[in-house]
Design a protein around this ligand. Structure first.
Ligand code: NI
Length: 275
C-alpha cells in the first residue's frame, strides 16, 4: 500500500476509535455510577438526595430510588413473612437520621405525617419519595377526630393531604387517625383505607430504645404493622437493632401499601394487620 494510503487508513482508524470511545464512555461512566451507588449505599444515597432535590422544587424521582432500598425486589407478602414499620407525627428533627439508617439497611417504611410539619421539611419529604418510602396522612394538627364535626374532620384530612402533595408531589394513599381514634362518622368522611397497628411499641411513653426493640420483637408476626414515632430520638435509635432482629427472624420489611398488595384494601375501612 502506498504510504499516503497507509496514512489515510491510519487516520480513518484513529477517527473511528475516537468516535467509538465517545460513544462508550458515557454509558460506562453511568454503569460505574450505578455500581458505585449500589456498593456505597448510604453516603451515596444522601449525596444523590442532596444533589438532586431542591426544597423549592418538588421533584419525584421514585423509580430510581425505589429499588435502591429493597433487598428483595419481589417482596410479595404471600411468599415472604412481612412486617411494615410505621412512623407517626413527623417529620421532625430526627427523621433525616432515621432515613440514613433505613437507607443503610435498605428498608422502606411508611410515615404518617402531620400536615402542620411537612412544610418545614421539604427535603426530607422529597428524599422519602425518592427512596421509596410511603407517605401517609396523620391529619393537619393531630386532634382526636371523634371529637370533631364532619366539616372539621374533612378540613383536618384534606388540609394534610394538600400540604403533603404540595411539598412532595405525592398524594397519601392511607390515613392513620391520631390516637387511632375513629368511629362510623369519621370513617364515612375518609377517602382512603384507615391504617392502625397490631404492634404498639409505646415508644412515646417509655422513650427507651431497648424496650422499643423488645416490645416490637415480642409482638411482631407475619403481616404486622409496627407503630413508632420518629419525633423521639430513642425511637430512631432503636431502629438499627430492630431491623437486625426482624431480618434475623426472616421478616421482609415493606411499606403499608405493599403489605396489603393483593388483599381487599378498601377506603373507610380500618386495618390493624394484613389479614
Ligand atoms: Ni400521632
Amino acid at each position: 500500500m502506498p504510504s499516503a494510503n497507509r496514512r489515510f487508513v491510519a487516520l480513518i482508524f484513529v477517527a473511528f476509535a475516537f468516535l467509538l470511545s465517545g460513544c462508550i464512555s458515557p454509558a460506562q461512566a453511568h454503569l460505574s455510577d450505578v455500581q458505585a451507588s449500589a456498593d456505597l449505599g448510604l453516603p451515596n444515597a444522601v449525596d444523590v438526595a442532596e444533589r438532586k432535590l431542591q426544597p423549592s422544587v418538588p421533584t419525584v424521582i421514585a423509580p430510581a430510588g425505589y429499588l435502591k432500598l429493597r433487598e428483595v425486589p419481589d417482596s410479595k407478602c404471600d411468599r415472604h413473612k412481612c412486617v411494615a414499620l410505621t412512623f407517626d407525627d413527623g417529620p421532625g428533627r430526627y427523621t433525616e437520621q432515621l432515613l440514613n439508617i433505613l437507607a443503610a439497611e435498605k428498608v422502606p417504611a411508611t410515615f404518617y405525617l402531620l400536615g402542620s410539619n411537612v412544610k418545614s421539611y421539604p427535603q426530607v419529604l422529597n428524599r422519602m419519595v425518592a427512596e421509596g418510602h410511603q407517605l401517609g396522612n396523620h391529619t393537619t394538627s393531630h386532634p382526636s377526630l371523634t371529637a370533631l364535626s364532619r366539616a372539621q374532620i374533612t378540613q383536618e384530612i384534606d388540609g394534610a393531604a394538600k400540604a403533603i402533595h404540595e411539598v412532595s408531589g405525592v398524594e397519601p394513599t392511607t390515613i392513620r387517625p391520631p390516637y387511632g381514634a375513629h368511629n362510623a362518622a369519621v370513617d364515612s368522611v375518609l377517602k382512603t383505607p384507615i391504617i392502625l397497628w397490631d404492634v404498639d411499641t409505646l415508644d412515646w411513653q417509655h422513650r427507651n430504645a431497648d424496650k422499643t426493640v423488645s416490645i416490637a420483637m415480642q409482638q411482631a408476626r407475619d403481616g404486622s404493622i409496627i407503630l413508632m414515632h420518629d419525633i423521639h430520638e430513642s425511637s430512631v435509635k432503636a431502629v438499627p437493632e430492630l431491623i437486625k432482629q426482624l431480618k434475623a427472624k426472616g421478616f421482609t420489611l415493606i411499606t403499608v401499601d405493599e403489605l396489603f398488595d393483593g388483599q381487599n384494601f378498601e377506603k373507610s375501612k380500618a386495618y390493624v394487620h394484613r389479614k
